[in-house]
Design a protein around this ligand. Structure first.
Ligand code: DSN
Length: 431
């Protein structure tokens, strides 16, 4: 692989450095993962050459008969994976998937509710620096100050007061389960549409380890590169609703037909032009991998690892927000360790452990400093690491944070990390 790139020495050097960084460091960023070499290869194919504005069978360009096959496969595999009735695999990113949904359900100026970014939500769930917070009236719901978990009564009160047209569920930094049926009741009580952005836990939901938003929400978006372990990109899904078992209100007429026409049109030409056909083919490859039984073993291990890591960190006196995790990530409140999120991210980075600083609920510090870090297990689990390695990783994190200004100890941890990573080889064929 990559032989032709050797002619471009500067770029080849960048590629080698990044490959080595991924191989020799411990990747604990909760939103990252390592794709299979099949997905890597699919993302680097001749399909990148093809313009295919439109949808399979209805394109604005000739010569689309084979990329149509790739997109049909991606859509069908994705529908099977989530038992969905509708799937759109064209959004270039999760943000674009969310933009297409907001623009479908809302008019500029309309009101919606989303989990506040400072409490674990996402930029596109109403942050004032994002289109979602400037085009619309976004109101953030927050977590219970004591338990740091969702408090459905408060959300219901807020919904009744604000009367939003749409409610967004889902988060980027929330380690607990979501009760979508409760959100459905709240949305119905105020006549709002219900959306879920399941980007973080999508792979865990696909294999039945977490509640399934498709059963309750009118519409579901996701990225494809987190727990789903595909190429970087976005998707939009609508669940099956034949008997309308949960009383989901339809906008009008045939829900699926209407949604397909409106949503497809909102993705292209509404907010995007030509789809990235090489990425759509790579998505199809990843969805097929996720359909396999082995992916269920993987997804289950991601959660076991997060729980093991959380329990061990608790023993070292770390304050895990909400006391633990139900999914692939945990948020650590570092206030009792006298270190900021920024300092922790930097010192862990020096020690070869990659994490991101993260606001904790009710954080007193700015997003550039923060009082916490977010840690996730999807990438380490892909390397084959299990509970024993999580125990070692907790020790290494503890050693680093306890000595965050001691360069000698950080060097020691870095060597231990490199040794651990060498036992779980990654992309050896690319060396
Ligand atoms: N930036 C992503 C994350 O890290 O969670 C969300 O899109």
């Amino acid at each position: 692989m990559y032989n032709s790139l050797k002619n471009d020495k500067e770029i080849f050097e960048v590629l080698n450095l990044e490959t080595k960084r991924q191989q020799e460091n411990l990747e604990l960023i909760a939103s990252e993962n390592f794709v299979s070499t099949a997905v890597l290869e699919a993302a680097g194919t001749v399909l990148t050459n093809k313009y295919a504005e439109g949808y399979p069978g209805k394109r604005y360009y000739g010569g689309c008969e084979f990329v149509d096959m790739a997109e049909d496969l991606a859509r069908e595999r994705l529908k099977k994976l989530f038992n969905a009735e509708y799937a759109n695999v064209q959004p270039h990113s999760g943000s674009q998937a969310n933009m297409a949904v907001l623009m479908t359900f809302l008019k500029p100026g309309d009101k919606f509710l989303g989990l506040s970014l400072a409490h674990g939500g996402h930029l596109t769930h109403g942050s004032p620096v994002n289109f979602s917070g400037t085009l619309y009236q976004a109101v953030g719901y927050t977590l219970n100050p004591e338990t740091k978990t969702l408090e459905y009564n408060l959300i219901e009160d807020l919904a009744k007061k604000e009367k939003p047209k749409l409610i967004i569920t889902g988060a980027s930094a929330y380690s607990r389960e979501w009760d979508y049926s409760k959100f459905r009741q709240i949305a119905d009580s105020v006549g709002a549409f219900l959306m879920c952005d399941m980007a973080h836990p999508a792979g865990l939901i696909a294999k039945g380890f977490l509640n399934n938003p498709l059963e309750y929400c009118d519409i579901v978006t996701s990225t494809t590169h987190k727990t789903l372990r595909g190429p970087r990109g976005g998707i939009i899904l609508v669940g099956k609703d034949k008997e309308n078992p949960f009383g989901i209100k339809t906008p009008k007429g045939d829900r699926i037909k209407l949604m397909s026409e409106v949503l497809d049109g909102m993705v292209m030409p509404g907010i995007q032009g030509g789809p990235l056909m090489h990425i759509i083919m790579a998505k199809a490859v990843a969805f097929n991998e996720a359909l396999q039984d082995s992916f269920k073993v993987y997804a289950g291990q991601v959660i076991k690892n997060a729980k093991a890591l959380s329990e061990k960190l608790l023993k070292f006196g770390f304050d895990i927000v909400s006391g633990g995790t139900d999914n692939h990530l945990l948020l650590i409140d570092l206030n009792n360790k006298s270190v900021t999120g920024k300092q922790a991210e930097i010192s862990l980075g020096k020690a070869g452990i990659t994490v991101n600083k993260n606001m904790i609920p009710f954080d007193q510090r700015s997003p550039f400093v923060t009082s916490g870090i977010r840690i996730g297990t999807p990438a380490a689990t892909t390397r084959g690491m299990k509970e024993n390695e999580m125990a070692l990783i907790a020790e290494l994190i503890n050693k680093t944070i306890s000595n965050f200004e001691n360069e000698k100890i950080l060097e020691e941890v870095k060597a231990e990390v490199k040794d651990l990573c060498s036992k779980f080889p990654l992309y050896s064929q690319l060396n």
